[in-house]
Design a protein around this ligand. Sequence first.
Ligand code: HPA
Length: 271
Amino acid sequence: MSLLEKIQATKQYLVAQGIGEVEFGLILGSGLGELADEIQDAVKIPYHEIPYFPVSTVVGHAGMLVYGTLSGKKVLALQGRFHFYEGNSMEVVTYPVRVMKALGAHSIVVTNACGGVNENFVPGDLMLIDDQINFTGTNPLIGENIEAFGPRFPDMSDAYTKEYRDIAHVVAEKISLDLKDGVYMGFSGPTYETPAEVRMARILGADAVGMSTVPEVIVAVHSGMKVLGISCITNLAAGMQSSLNHAEVVETTERVKESFKTFVKAVLEKL
Ligand code: HPA
C-alpha cells in the first residue's frame, strides 16, 4: 500500500470516529501532553486503534490522538510523538503531520523538551523556535517526491512562520512571559549530546538541542503548512551542567506546564 493510500485509510477511519474539520495540528512533546486535556468536546482515540498509525514508547507520552476545540480553534492534538531514535523511519515519524494535513489542517503547533545551549537560558525557560538546523543525518523527504504533497525542493526560508512568531511575542508580552527566541538543532538521539557536540552546536548557531521536531517541521513546510514552534528548555545542555537525565526533563516540564499551557492557549487564540 502506498503512503497516500495509507493516509487516506487513516483519514477515513478518523472521520468515521467523528473527527471533522481540523485547523491546527498540535504536537505535544515530552511532559507537555496535558494541554490536550483542556480540549473541549474531545474525541480521544488511542494510537493503537488507528489504522496505519504508529505507537509511541517513551515515558511521559500518552499515545493518544485528541480532537476538539481549544481557544476557539478546531485542533487535532498528538499526545506523544514518534521519534527517529525509537527506530521509526522518517516516514513514520512524520506520518501524523501528513494525516493532519489530509484532515484539513493549515498549520501545526510543535512543542518539545530540549537542552539549552544559549548561555542566557535557564531550565524552565520557554523558547520560541525561529529556525532549525537539521542535524539528524537524514531528511524525511528523501525518496521519490509525491507532487500531491508538495514540491521536490521546498523553500525553508520561513519554516517557522514569521507572522506566527510575531503574534507569539505580542502575546508573551501581554502575559508578562519572558519568552526566549532561538534556533533549534535536531539530533537523532537517543544519546544526549557530548559536551563537544554542544560546543559545536553553539558555534553552528544553535540555541537549543533536541531529538525531535525537525522532521515534522520539514514535512509541514513541504505540504504548505504554517508552523509555530515552542520549546521548553528542561536542562542546560551537556557540559553546561554536571550531568543529564530524563528525570530532570520530566521534572522541569512538570514545573512549567501551567505557564506553558497558558501561553500556548493564548497564542492559539490569536492565530
Ligand atoms: N539534549 C537533547 N534532547 C533533550 C535534552 C538535551 O539536553 N533535554 C531534553 N531533551
